[in-house]
Design a protein around this ligand. Structure first.
Ligand SMILES: Nc1ncnc2c1ncn2[C@@H]1O[C@H](COP(=O)(O)OP(=O)(O)OP(=O)(O)O)[C@@H](O)[C@H]1O
Length: 354
């Protein structure tokens, strides 16, 4: 599915901008600070979650605007999806699909969005939460129902944490009900993650060794067996810790460089980027094959960090995914090898044809 028109209103550095794009490659170039990543961030909000910067909704509204923002997109096939906030509820995300109010999780029924950003250079070396978010986006693209389970699990977990922290002891009946809810959704999350990792690992193992590294994937930590029982047993410890010590929020994605037989966090920066690209490309192929709709890929400043041979190989592989790929860079010369593309220039919150 491609975004054929993107309309930004009071979003970050944009007061009002309309971007028309064809399927295939879309290249945004401009100086540092011009608003390229902001445009990709707006596109990343066409999926559940907080987008590619993990920012708050309040931060996304234009700082000298009236408060609130809107991101609207037309998809190929005349589907219209949009999201945003209002000045009176700047932290409440509203979603509209074809004019009707909808939940953020339902966005993934229309579009799968995946991104690679410079901040993800630290994905393998920093804490597990970033890897879990990355993993969940991979799962979501293959199983749109995953977002529903994640949202319900998080809500039940927050309610249980609050109950355990309460001053006069938690009502055991209410605690049990929340634990059963966490267990039901937590186990569904675990199973969906297992399925995605197995499918992706199989595909990566089959890939020839090329410019993008072959990654070995495995799940570590909590594995999804009788969560309700585990939670019931650990109420005391969870109260002391102030959070649940078992559950899918305690799972990690372990990544290995198969060629080097080395954990990803010990690889060089370039090798880590190659691993991320390898996973993303294999995943895009898998989604295209299984869902019949390749993901929308957002690659922020990826081209600039590759040597010319790897860059050419990347463009070739991206074209083969059959999906729309939005890329940013400071100069058009980086994208000479890609052939037909929507080429745009971004300057001070304005987008024009390059
Ligand atoms: N809420 C906001 N309101 C107004 N301006 C904002 C807001 N958030 C960020 N900006 C501005 O957006 C600009 C950054 O835009 P962006 O990150 O898209 O740049 P970029 O073109 O990707 O640059 P680079 O090449 O340096 O990565 C900064 O000037 C920043 O001050």
């Amino acid at each position: 599915m491609s975004v054929t028109r993107l309309i930004l209103t009071d979003f970050r550095s944009y007061d009002a901008a309309t971007i028309d794009a064809a399927p295939g490659f879309v290249v945004l170039t401009g100086e540092n600070g011009a608003g390229k990543t902001n445009a990709l961030e707006a596109l990343s909000l066409l999926s559940p979650g907080r987008g590619l910067r993990g920012a708050t909704l309040f931060e996304m509204a234009r700082s000298d605007g009236p408060g609130g923002f809107a991101v609207a997109a037309r998809l190929a096939g005349d589907v219209e999806i949009g999201t945003g906030t209002t000045a009176t509820a700047p932290e409440r995300r509203q979603v509209r699909i074809n004019g009707a109010g909808a939940s953020a999780t339902s966005l993934s029924e229309w579009l799968s969005v995946l991104w690679l950003t410079p901040a993800m250079d630290r994905l393998f070396t920093e804490g597990a939460s970033g890897r879990r978010r990355f993993l969940d986006r991979l799962v979501l693209a293959l199983e749109p129902g995953h977002g529903h389970h994640s949202a319900r699990y998080e809500a039940a977990m927050r309610a249980r944490n609050k109950l355990l922290a309460g001053p006069e002891g938690a009502d055991p009946m209410w605690l049990s009900a929340l634990e059963v809810g966490m267990s039901e959704h937590g186990e569904a999350i675990a199973i969906a993650r297992e399925r995605t990792v197995a499918a992706l690992a199989g595909r990566l193992a089959d890939q020839p060794e090329g410019p993008f590294a072959r990654a070995g994937l495995a799940l570590e930590g909590w594995r999804g067996i009788d969560l309700a029982g585990e939670l019931r047993m650990s109420r005391g410890r969870d109260t002391a810790a102030g959070r649940a010590l078992a559950g899918p929020h305690r799972t990690d994605l372990a990544v290995t460089h198969l060629g080097k037989r080395q954990p990803a966090d010990r690889c060089s920066t370039g090798e880590q980027k190659a691993l991320l690209l390898g996973i993303t490309l294999a995943h895009a192929d898998l989604v295209a094959e299984r869902v019949g709709r390749p993901p929308l890929l957002l690659l922020d400043e990826v081209a600039a960090h590759l040597d010319p041979i790897r860059r050419a190989a990347l463009f070739e592989r991206l074209a083969a995914t059959g999906g729309q790929v939005w890329m940013t860079g400071t100069e058009q010369a980086l994208f000479e090898g890609i052939g037909a593309a929507t080429r745009l220039t971004v300057r001070a919150g304005r987008v024009t044809d390059a």
